[in-house]
Design a protein. Structure first.
Lengths: 293, 302
């Protein structure tokens, strides 16, 4: 922190300390306001039923109950109302498979864009970014017709393919940033020592860009995990419906089980929380890399 | 590329970059470009999902039909207002929060983590959550108003027109501001301290330092944040679809939800695809604008 106000003579040390404390408190208040909705969802998923929509609202639950989670996981309930497992399974498989695809091709392409300036490379790169800008709802329409003909509608494969296409430009972009971070000289040294370009890519660059690979992978995974627009058009039944579509269905019911929905949200949040906490540093670096040329 | 090796051609030689780029380009062309071309063709037909055999080429008829459609204009107006307000507020609020956190001396780590919490929510979750908060019967917002005023007269947030747009805006701003703040904070952290020390010696106030040093120096980060944000304009679809469904009576409709309504809900697929190109045009406009600014601020186009 640059304590630059140190040199201002007119303000006494005590007043400066007071100012800093007030500043800190202002930060805490703003952050708390932003965090409140998150806190509310988490608390509600565990509060007694009567408190859920209480007027006036109850901030801290008087007791913690886990009924709604038990209900999701069908503990003590023979009746199955939410095909929770199916949605969870579909989302997991689709996100994982599409991430592997997008990450593989994105890494290869990102490396090429970072290391070589071949004919039309700028054009191709910009073109890919423009492809990324097409709203999900717009790209879902041709998919709908094409997949209907190919028999991929309401199939897990269809969504894997769609999400891989959606995420490829972004993984390419992130990876080229991370590869630019690896000194070119290492590559050149490896090749003088007799490595082929492919070998130096696999043995030198890829291990060094591993944190970036993790961050890009997680980014791709989370985009697929929370994707709704394409899934809302391409899925019809629990055979391929993902978590977000399932969640949507339940918000449209006449009487919504709000606490149950909060529990579902918390379950959906878990992978995101873990991943973001683990990789926030790489993610921010990857996204802002272009600024340090 | 001055590599100290001979090029052999083929996979490991001169064509190496081509082979590396090929799979990504192939995927994008086959799964994005070609479907979009096909989609454009469909937008020139009157394809109706319930009568697929009666498909006929109508030229730009669908686009003309949209121009005469009052719901189209309303969705466009809503989208422009929504996007314009959202991006500006997110930027200003994000800058404010970034500066707040940057100058915070205690607990910065935990504060940084907490502000990222909205980024972990998928847009559908945000939509659901704010649909509940703004619910007129059981919502937190009305309950809080009751707590503050002592009287209970529920406000139909998601039903009355400008209010439902406002509710969606609040959700959008909550969802996207932390991202702006985090990128701008990364920018603030990367700045050298010398200019600030020099300015302090010269007696510049905090505001002056912020305006004349901080702001110009983090400009690239501002455009990075804006550019990435502009790639995700269409995410608003998730919020609108869940919170109001574009209703009541199309009043909170935006271009993205109207596309869905026409193509899928009303089965007018040709008209819907025409509408989808309006969403593409809007996105490309914002993306082109912010990426150009970004390139300018870096002094080069990639």
């Amino acid at each position: 922190m640059a304590e630059s106000s140190r040199k201002q003579r007119r303000i006494s040390p005590t007043r400066r300390r007071l100012r800093q404390e007030l500043w800190n408190i202002a930060t805490y208040i703003v952050i708390f306001v932003f965090f409140l909705p998150t806190l509310w969802i988490i608390l509600t998923s565990m509060r007694p039923e009567v408190e859920v929509n209480a007027r006036p609202p109850v901030l801290l639950p008087r007791a913690l109950v886990f009924d709604s989670f038990a209900y999701l996981f069908k503990v003590g309930h023979a009746e199955k109302t939410i095909p929770f497992y199916e949605y969870f399974y579909n989302s997991l498989v689709i996100s994982a498979a599409s991430t592997v695809l997008a990450l593989t091709v994105g890494t290869l392409a990102g490396y090429a864009f970072a290391r070589f300036h071949f004919q039309g490379s700028n054009l191709v790169f910009v073109g890919m970014m423009l492809a990324r800008a097409i709203p999900g709802i717009a790209i879902s329409l041709p998919f709908f017709i094409l997949f209907a003909r190919l028999g991929l509608l309401d199939k897990i494969t269809g969504l894997v393919v769609a999400y891989a296409a959606m995420n490829t430009p972004f993984t390419t972009w992130l990876m080229q940033g991370f590869f630019k971070d690896v000194p070119k000289e290492l590559d050149e040294a490896a090749q003088i020592d007799g490595c082929s370009r492919w070998q130096s890519f696999i043995r030198i660059d890829l291990p060094l860009a591993l944190p970036g690979l993790a961050a890009s992978g997680i980014f791709a995974f989370l985009s697929a995990w929370g994707e709704f627009q394409i899934a809302s058009v391409l899925t019809r039944t629990p055979a391929s419906k993902t978590f977000p579509v399932g969640l949507y269905d339940f918000t449209q019911q006449f009487t919504v089980d709000w606490r149950g929905m909060c529990a579902m949200s918390v379950v959906m949040l878990v992978p995101a929380v873990i991943f973001v906490l683990l990789t926030q540093r790489q993610l921010i670096r990857g996204l802002t890399f272009g600024a340090f040329k | 590329m001055a590599y100290g090796r001979k090029d052999y051609g083929g996979f490991t030689g001169r064509n190496f970059p081509f082979f590396m780029v090929f799979p990504a380009v192939f995927i994008v062309i086959v799964l994005v470009v070609l479907p979009m071309v096909y989609s454009f063709y469909l937008s020139l037909t009157n394809l109706h999902l319930l009568h697929p055999s009666r498909v006929r080429f109508v030229g730009f008829g669908n686009y003309l039909k949209l121009l005469k459609d009052s719901v189209f204009w309303r969705s466009l107006l809503n989208t422009v207002i929504f996007t314009g307000v959202a991006i500006n507020v997110e930027f200003l609020l994000g800058l404010f929060i970034a500066q707040l956190i940057f100058k915070t001396t205690r607990g910065q780590g935990i504060v940084r983590t907490l502000i990222m919490s909205p980024m972990m929510f998928a847009p559908v979750l945000v939509g659901f959550q704010f649909k509940w908060f703004f619910n007129d019967q059981v919502g937190l917002v009305n309950n809080l108003l009751y707590l503050l005023t002592g009287r209970y007269n529920p406000i139909p947030w998601l039903i009355n027109y400008p209010l439902n747009l406002l509710a969606i805006l609040v959700a959008e701003i909550w969802m996207s501001t932390p991202f702006m703040a985090i990128i701008l904070l990364a920018g603030l952290t990367s700045l050298p301290v010398e200019p600030f020390e020099a300015a302090a010696v010269d007696g510049a106030s905090g505001w002056q330092q912020f305006y004349y040093i901080t702001l110009p120096m983090i400009r690239p980060f501002i455009y990075i944040a804006m550019a990435i944000r502009s790639l995700d304009l269409g995410r608003a679809y998730d919020l609108v679809r869940i919170m109001t469904g574009g209703g009541p009576a199309n009043r909170s409709e935006m271009v993205w939800t109207y596309t869905f309504r026409l193509a899928i809900a009303d089965n007018k697929f040709g008209l819907g695809t025409a509408m989808s190109f309006v969403t593409v045009a809007i996105s490309l406009f914002f993306v082109a604008y912010f990426f150009r600014q970004l390139a300018k601020s870096q002094g080069s186009v990639y």
